[in-house]
Write a protein that binds this ligand. Structure first.
Ligand code: ATP
Ligand code: MG
Length: 389
């Protein structure tokens, strides 16, 4: 009996024409995650098989890979009835259960016994050798047997994978990553749709602290466990932000600041050959996220802006943040550039013409250029992570 991992693909199996591209990318993504592990991988159009010394370690890593429907620890035996019978008894003797059911999938149609009949035969053999009962409706243990050309696979335990598409199948987007709760969740949801990420963080030292920056890097490194390719671009935003506060009426500072952020993000997308902007905006959450604000802010760019949490409630977003382990870091109390000098009455329905008028009162283009030229790019998140916070 050979112990191995069987992987069932996620949604990618519905994309017929692209299936090979999806599978190859999935193999590559698994490869970069297992770069320090000894393993062998084989795949076809419906399944992937991995052999490794430390099966449990590999399974743990696979739980973070998008594009996987389920992960199964299985045993491969020769397609020989006596061998299958004795393997079943050996395997099930080590598991505690009262009731069971056998399900057979006969992918190899040359195998002469039909699935139902084979399940009954194997069930009878188990009943004869192990003290247990059959329950076809609610069994404690579901024993699955897959008969394929190259051998027969037996398993009892199927772990759900993350689903989604292999990361990178859609190219890369630029995630505006703040230290808050929403944007890391937005990043995770984008990765799930196959969009790989690069991050953009605006910092305003000395108004924002080094801890605030480290917090963002830590958040990036947490979501990087679903990608492996994420880098963080840190934009020195202080001068531009100070100019906004000096030249723009209080109620419009946030609107104008966000228009500047979008302008910078769009330029980074172009320079780094990315495809879209992604952020953690949620409709109605704050004044700058009313639909009118979004229209006025969004009008500085032609790029699509993806807002994965746009229609989620805060509680739904927090649920995901807990699940992906970003919540505890997100709630650390370090101020972000959006929360310093918050105006008392930010405009809820900004008027585009006013924005344009206020922006004409200072030379923001030069300040934006300066921001872009002084971006610090943090590439090795794994090394960074250990020293932070
Ligand atoms: P979050 O929305 O992530 O919880 P937040 O609530 O502090 O953080 P908002 O003021 O709601 O942020 O801003 C909306 C979105 O704008 C964020 O989700 C994020 O995508 C982006 N953003 C805000 N501040 C920054 C920043 N300093 N750097 C990069 N992106 C930012
Ligand atoms: Mg928010």
């Amino acid at each position: 009996m050979q112990k191995m991992i069987l992987i069932k693909y996620g949604e990618l199996t519905t994309k017929k024409g692209n299936r090979n591209v999806f599978i190859k990318l999935l193999v590559k993504n698994i490869g970069s995650l297992l770069n320090n592990v000894d393993y062998k991988i084989k795949y076809d159009r419906v399944r992937m098989y991995i052999e490794a010394d430390d099966i449990d370690l590999v399974i743990n890593k696979l739980k973070n890979v998008f594009g996987i429907h389920s992960i199964v620890k299985c045993y491969k035996v020769n397609t020989n009835i006596e061998e299958i019978k004795s393997s079943l008894v050996e395997l099930l003797s080590n598991i505690s259960f009262n009731t069971f059911k056998v399900e057979t999938n006969r992918a190899d149609k040359d195998f002469e016994i039909p699935s139902m009949e084979f399940s009954r035969m194997m069930g009878a053999h188990i009943l004869k050798n192990i003290n247990c009962h059959v329950d076809v409706h609610h069994p404690d243990l579901l024993v699955k047997i897959e008969i394929r050309k190259e051998g027969t696979y037996i398993y009892t335990d199927e772990i759900m994978g993350l689903g989604g598409y292999p990361v990178g199948i859609q190219g890369k987007g630029l995630l505006m990553l703040s230290g808050g709760i929403d944007s890391p969740v937005a990043g995770y949801l984008s990765l799930k749709r196959g969009i790989d990420l690069e991050c953009l963080y605006f910092e305003s030292p000395p108004h924002t602290s080094l801890e605030a920056k480290n917090k963002v890097i830590k958040l990036a490194s947490i979501i990087n466990s679903y990608s492996g390719n994420i880098r963080v671009n840190v934009v020195p935003f202080t001068k531009l932000q100070e100019a906004i506060y000096k030249n723009v009426p209080d109620s419009y500072v946030i609107t104008i600041m966000r228009r500047m952020m979008y302008r910078i993000a769009s330029e980074v997308v172009k320079r780094h050959h990315l495809k879209v902007i992604i952020n953690g905006e949620s409709v109605g959450q704050v004044a700058s996220q009313t639909l009118t604000s979004m229209v006025v802010i969004n009008s500085v760019t032609n790029l699509p802006v993806i807002r994965p949490v746009a229609c989620l409630d805060k509680l739904e977003i927090i649920d995901i943040a807990h699940k992906i382990n970003t919540y505890e870091t997100s709630i650390l109390p370090f101020e972000d550039c959006c929360t310093i000098f918050l105006p008392k009455h930010p405009v809820i329905n900004p008027i585009l013409e006013k924005c344009i008028e206020y922006e004409q009162s200072f030379d923001y283009a030069t300040l934006i250029e300066e921001c872009l030229n002084n971006i610090e790019t943090i590439t090795n998140l794994e090394e960074e992570k250990s020293d932070l916070l």
